[in-house]
Design a protein around this ligand. Structure first.
Ligand code: ZN
Length: 129
């Protein structure tokens, strides 16, 4: 398993791949599953703004496509300033798989704050309680 700092470094590494010509707000994400595999994602914007995909959901989609559904930690970083917190939509999508996920909210310089998804989304929507 990567350390939290190493996972943040992986998220920073994918930051330059972000496609953000409209907002100029690049985001990178690194999602580690409970087996230690790491999946990367970046935001992918679109001229039809509502079609934009966040980095966190891009990483999650790559993980699910590889057969991974149990996650240990997610690191997310933006071009800044400050730490990057997942949007509400991403919080809900992440909670589908790991409601207690550890979330590392990082700055481009590598500093980060640690949260749990349960803290960030205390009352998620679920079809079953
Ligand atoms: Zn999002």
């Amino acid at each position: 398993m990567l350390s939290y700092q190493e996972l943040v470094t992986r998220a920073i590494g994918v930051l330059p791949m972000a496609y953000a010509p409209y907002s100029r707000f690049s985001v990178g994400a690194a999602l580690q599953d409970t087996r230690g595999r790491v999946f990367l994602g970046c935001n992918v914007e679109n001229a039809s703004y509502g079609a934009t995909l966040c980095a966190e959901r891009a990483a999650l989609a790559a993980a699910v496509a590889a057969g991974s559904r149990d996650f240990a930690a997610l690191a997310v970083v933006s071009s800044g300033p400050g730490v990057c917190l997942p949007c509400g939509l991403c919080r809900q999508v992440l909670a589908e798989f790991t409601p207690g996920l550890t979330i590392l909210c990082a700055e481009p310089n590598g500093a980060f704050q640690v949260y749990t998804l349960a803290e960030l989304l205390p009352h998620r929507f679920a079809l079953r309680a």
